[in-house]
Ligand binder design. Structure first.
Ligand code: ATP
Length: 157
């Protein structure tokens, strides 16, 4: 299915700007300067964005900020969700994509620890990559790729 990544990001950003505002968190977003059409599964990409943005809001205290941005490389788009939240310690970072893994210090009593595992699985099925960079008390950035040519998993979706 063909869709415009800028369009999807703008739609999602519209909703999360409101949610962030309710928590006194700033929301920034930067679209691609070129209107790129991707051949992927828009619903699944949206689901990944929702998981990452929900977490960004959940783990960013009042007064912080969240950014959603995309960049264009030769054969792929990179989409990042960045926050100035509590961050993730080095000893936890290799487990956060595991099912049911929660960092104690996050006090995420309402969370199931499934969100990132689902995001990881979706990205894998799309034949893409997701990475995280994080520093405690500074924030986190999750970045995933979207190939401009369909990935190996795309035919079965
Ligand atoms: P749910 O999936 O139900 O929202 P969750 O947020 O606990 O629950 P995941 O989304 O899988 O589960 O995240 C796993 C853990 O990774 C979280 O419990 C939290 O400790 C940590 N984490 C995820 N995103 C962030 C973030 N943006 N900043 C800091 N810690 C994060």
């Amino acid at each position: 299915e063909a869709f415009k990544i800028n369009r999807l990001m703008a739609d999602v950003a519209e909703r999360y700007a409101i949610l962030a505002g309710e928590k006194d968190v700033r929301f920034n977003f930067t679209l691609l300067s070129e209107d790129v059409v991707l051949w992927s599964n828009m619903g699944l990409v949206e689901q990944v964005l929702i998981i990452l943005l929900d977490n960004a809001i959940k783990y960013t205290p009042k007064g912080g900020s969240i950014s959603l941005y995309a960049s264009l490389e030769e054969d792929m788009v990179k989409v990042s969700v960045s926050d100035t939240g509590i961050g993730i310690a080095a000893e936890d970072i290799s487990y956060i994509f595991d099912r049911f893994y929660k960092v104690d210090k996050a006090h995420a009593t309402q969370g199931t620890g499934l969100g990132l595992a689902i995001a990881f699985e979706i990205i894998q099925r799309l034949g893409e990559r997701i990475v995280v960079e994080s520093h405690p008390e500074e924030g986190s950035t999750f970045t995933f790729t979207l190939s401009r040519n369909p990935g190996p998993g795309i035919k079965s979706l």
